[in-house]
Unconditional design. Structure first.
Length: 353
């Protein structure tokens, strides 16, 4: 697990990332608009840490993760992984870089070829990117199956013969085959039973410690993100509205949207639950094809001001490592003062002052 007390270099650097999909209409299929799935996202992921990316369905989380790995040709922005420019790399250059960056997909059943055995699925990256002999590949497959907790006796079975949790372990083994540095985990537990989710998350943590991995962990499960992530980024309608270390974000969220999300997380302690006010957001999420002017959250924010409807808030640091895009928050010159002010702003927003 990432040690916040030990300085680490950024392994992944994302600046102004935009992923806009064209809207085509008419017989001639002319472009009449665009869906702004990701609209100006910037963050770093430090070497060896897990950055959690959260938000409701449709906010652009998965698109952001895929764009970072250049599974899409991005619209605009800069992406550097381990110092290498990913955003402008050609497809031939990307192929050489693929071993360093991999992905674990949301639905293990859909991401595994039903006509291939487990051994062939895990060995496929080795076939594409290495010159290992057949014996060496099989040895590597067995090592990976051991690492993710699968019996070697399952090597010649097909995906349909496994449970959801076992299929996800196969997908994780495939992602580890080329010894990557960076893995995007795109809601890896969303399609699994609750009883299996903790096992997969614990496996990811163990593998991170064993192989020194760096994760972007995408999820809408705030409780699970709190368990695995070192820092958390909150997305709303294609933009990151808040980014902070895990505990400051969960204990003193600054953005009204983050506060609303966290208020919806079930609290098992009755004494704490009775003092927690549920924030109900009114209205529907605007269309990413036609986002509102000013702040994207202005149409649903319980603390909206006139400036929110006219001017887009700047994404800025208001406390040590705590970034937020909200007109209610202002940066402080010193770390201590910033942390104090951040807590005060959070309390005043929650209390409706």
């Amino acid at each position: 697990m990432f040690d916040a007390g030990h300085a680490r270099r950024p392994l992944v650097e994302v600046r102004g990332l935009k992923m806009h999909f064209p809207i085509l209409a008419g017989v001639l299929r002319r472009r009449v608009g665009e869906v702004k799935a990701v609209d100006g996202v910037s963050f770093d992921i430090l070497e060896g840490e897990t950055l959690g990316l959260v938000g409701e369905s449709g906010c652009g989380k998965s698109t952001c993760g895929r764009a970072i790995l250049r599974l899409y040709d991005i619209t605009e922005g800069a992406i550097r992984i381990n110092g290498r420019d990913i955003a402008r790399a050609s497809h031939a250059e990307l192929r050489k870089l693929r071993p360093t960056m991999q992905m674990v997909f949301q639905d293990p059943q859909a991401s595994l070829n039903p006509r291939m055995t487990v051994a062939k699925i895990i060995a496929e990256p080795l076939d594409e990117h290495t010159t290992l002999s057949r014996r060496e590949k099989m040895q590597r497959v067995h090592e990976l199956m051991d690492a993710v907790g699968l019996s070697r006796d399952f090597a010649n079975r097909f995906p349909h013969e496994f449970s959801g949790g076992q299929r996800q372990r196969i997908g994780i083994a495939r992602a580890l085959a080329l010894n990557p540095q960076f893995i995007v985990c795109d809601e890896p537990i969303a399609a699994l039973d609750v009883s299996i989710q903790a096992q997969v998350v614990n496996l990811l943590e163990d593998l991170q410690e064993q192989f020194g991995l760096t994760y972007l962990f995408i999820s809408h499960d705030l409780s699970m993100v709190r368990h695995i992530a070192d820092r958390v980024a909150v997305m709303y309608l294609g933009k990151v509205v808040e980014l902070a270390p895990r505990e400051p974000l969960y204990s003193a969220p600054l953005h009204p949207y983050t506060q609303a999300l966290l208020s919806a997380v079930p609290e098992p302690d009755p004494s704490v639950r009775s003092t927690t006010e549920r924030i109900i957001l009114e209205g529907d999420v605007p269309s990413p094809a036609n986002p509102p002017e000013g702040c994207n959250f202005s149409t649903r924010c319980p603390r909206v001001m006139d400036i929110c409807r006219r001017q887009e808030p700047e994404f800025r640091e208001v406390a040590a490592g705590h970034f937020v895009a909200c007109h209610l928050c202002s940066p402080q010159p010193e770390t201590t003062a910033g942390a104090t002010a951040a807590t005060q702003v959070s309390k005043s927003v929650q209390q409706g002052e």
